[in-house]
Each structure stands twice: as C-alpha cells, then as structure tokens.
Design a protein around this ligand. Structure first.
Ligand code: UT7
Length: 322
C-alpha cells in the first residue's frame, strides 16, 4: 500500500463579483440579513460561456504547476460537481481534454457539497492500492446556473468556483508522515427532500432549480458534521488538539461556529472564506484550503481536517498531513 500525499493545490474563480447590495436590488433581501445569517458578503458568478469544466481545468492546471507536474503525469481525474457541463460525458472527460491529459481514467462524482470529501477519499483508495500514481481531485461548480434568482431563501447563498488537489502515491520513505490519514463518509437518503434540484434528465428533462428547506438542513448540520469529524480523528487515533487547521465546507458561518463550539475547537485554527466566495458546494473546501496556503497560514507538514455536508443528505470528513 502507498501513502497518498497532497502534492499541490490550485483554484479558479470567475472574474465577476456579485455583492449582497447588488442582490438586494433584485430580490427582497439586505446586506445585513445575508451577513448576519450566513457570513456571506459576496460571491463570484461565471460569465456567459464560462462552464464548470473551464473553472475545473484552470484550477487543475494551477494545481499541476504547484505540484511541479505536467499533464503527462496525471493518470486519474475525479471532478466532484453537481453542476456538470452536460448530462454526459462526465465533466472530468471534458477537463481531461481541456488540460491536455491524454492517459488514465476520468469520471465525475456527485455528492453535492460533500463532493470534495467524497472525491478525496475515493482517489485515496485508487492511489493507495497502486492502480494509479497521480490524481487530480477537483471540486468545481457553477451553481449560478441552477439557482432560482427570484427565491431569496436560496439565491443569496451560493457562488461559482473551482479548487483542485494533486494527490500522489508515494512510498512510506518518500511520504514520511505526510498523506491522507483517515476519512469518514456518510449518507442518509431519507432526507433527499430537504435539499435537491427539481429537474433532471430522467424526470423533467430539464436542469431544474435548487430547492432547500434551509432551516431543516441547518438543524441537521452541526451534529452530523461533528460526528464525522470525531470518527475521522478516532480512525487516525489522534486528538483534535493535534490538528493545525480545520478547513470546513463553507455553507454558513453559524454552522462553522456551531461545530467549533460543540467540539471545543480553537476558532483561530478554522479557515473561513465564506465572506468572499459564498457557498461554492464541492469547490468550497479546496478554495478555502488554497486561500490559507496563499496567505501563509497552512504550511507543509501541517495536519488538516476537512469536513462537509450537503444534498442527500451526505456528509463526511477527512484528515491529512499536508
Ligand atoms: O451547503 C449545503 C448545505 N446547506 C446548508 O448548510 C444551509 C443550511 N441552512 C442555512 O444556512 C440557513 O438555514 C439559511 C441561511 C438558509 C437561512 O437562515 P435561517 O436563520 O435558518 O432563516 P429561516 O430560513 O428560518 O428564515 C428566517 C426568516 C424567514 O422570514 P419569516 O418567515 O420569519 O418572516 C425568511 O422568509 O428570514 C427570511 N428570509 C430572508 N430574509 C431576507 C429568508 N431568506 C431571506 C433573505 N433575505 N435572503
């Protein structure tokens, strides 16, 4: 078995920024309500003709450069997305083409806002057994395309963007202490109706719009996320006090605060980018991780715990030494 190391990261954000004030001119909301209830101040929105695959390929290319690799080195691409370019082929196949990767496997993974945790955990298994050597794990979304822009309960929450990790299979000597140490994935399909998109190829034949019973999802969030984090630390046999950085899915600052309180975590170790990006679903964790690397907080050898929860409901956590 190989150790699976995070060898690089990269991000891509659309140029256009939409502030809360701009949104308040379109729907009955206010900067105060959005900021107080969620922590969101702005979000990025993709331009016409800018697709999930474009953001994913940009983030993937940046992550490759960061890892010092080329497209020839990549033999697995997993794109976590709930907003694929097309019903098929997989956005990962389009990303492979756009990035100039000519070998290996590529597929999409759909776990909505938990997508990046699911994809990281999945890729880790492919690499640990030696079947693949270098994987690109990308969370990429254009939620602006599935929002009902007249529904103030949902349209203020989400944004577009992409983030990517390069994962590399290394021997124990190469990896040292680094690598993915544990992950814990869950789903409870009894709650599909709390957060879903009301369209699809097999039902309406349309893409549909996002529908959410926000306060019910909120009530489920803190307990489930905390439990997944506890299970992950237990599996790694490490205490929370060893974790250098918590990088949560960025859905709501109050959910993040609730988890911090429940698990008695140090808020100074929690990375939050929700004010700048809003909820970018599968992209939010790698976007936040990369931001904390860029500003010098997350460094090589730091112990990082990521977590997410989203439609399904799905939820999970993963621990790695960077
Ligand atoms: O990432 C995937 C997982 N998703 C989540 O984790 C999201 C979880 N849910 C949440 O983050 C929160 O529930 C929301 C931010 C969506 C909503 O916050 P809340 O404190 O749960 O508010 P609420 O839904 O209970 O609504 C409170 C009030 C309602 O008015 P009334 O019925 O009390 O008169 C809403 O109509 O706020 C109203 N409201 C708004 N007002 C101004 C809802 N959206 C808005 C808005 N602007 N944008």
């Amino acid at each position: 078995m190989y150790r699976v190391v995070v060898a690089g990261s990269g991000i891509a954000l659309p140029e256009r920024v939409v502030t809360n004030t701009e949104l308040s001119q379109k729907v009955d909301t206010s900067d105060d309500w959005i900021t107080e209830r969620t922590g969101i101040r702005q979000r990025h929105v993709a331009a016409e003709g800018e697709y999930t695959s474009d953001l994913a390929a940009r983030a993937g290319t940046a992550a490759l450069e960061d890892a010092g690799l080329t497209p020839d080195d990549i033999d697995l691409i997993i794109v976590a997305t709930a907003t694929p370019d097309l019903t098929f082929p997989a956005t990962a196949a389009i990303v492979q083409q756009k990035m100039g990767v000519r070998q290996g496997a590529a597929f999409d993974l759909q776990a909505v806002c938990t997508g990046f945790v699911y994809a990281l955990s999945t890729a880790e298994k492919f690499l640990a057994c030696g079947q693949h050597r270098n994987a690109l794990v990308i969370g990429a979304e254009t939620f602006s395309r599935i929002l009902d822009w007249e529904d103030r309960r949902t349209c203020v929450l989400f944004g577009d963007g992409a983030g990517a990790f390069v994962l590399q299979a290394q021997t124990a000597e190469e990896a040292g202490d680094r690598g993915v140490l544990a992950s814990h994935l869950r789903c409870d399909g009894r709650m599909v109706d709390l957060l879903y998109v009301d369209g699809g190829p097999s039902t309406t034949g349309t893409a549909g719009h996002l529908r959410m019973e926000g306060n019910k999802v909120f009530r489920e969030a803190v307990g489930r996320i905390s439990a997944a984090m506890v299970e992950t630390m237990k599996e790694a046999n490490l205490p929370f006090s060893d974790v250098d950085w918590f990088v949560p899915h960025q859905a709501n600052q109050r959910i993040i605060g609730g988890v911090v309180k429940k698990l008695d975590l140090n808020i100074d170790k929690v990375v939050s980018t929700i004010a700048h990006h809003g909820n970018t679903s599968a992209a939010s964790i790698p976007l936040a991780f990369h931001a904390a690397r860029q500003d010098g907080r997350i460094k090589k050898d730091d112990l990082v715990l990521i977590e997410g929860m989203g439609g399904g409901l799905t939820w999970g956590a993963a621990l790695f030494r960077f």
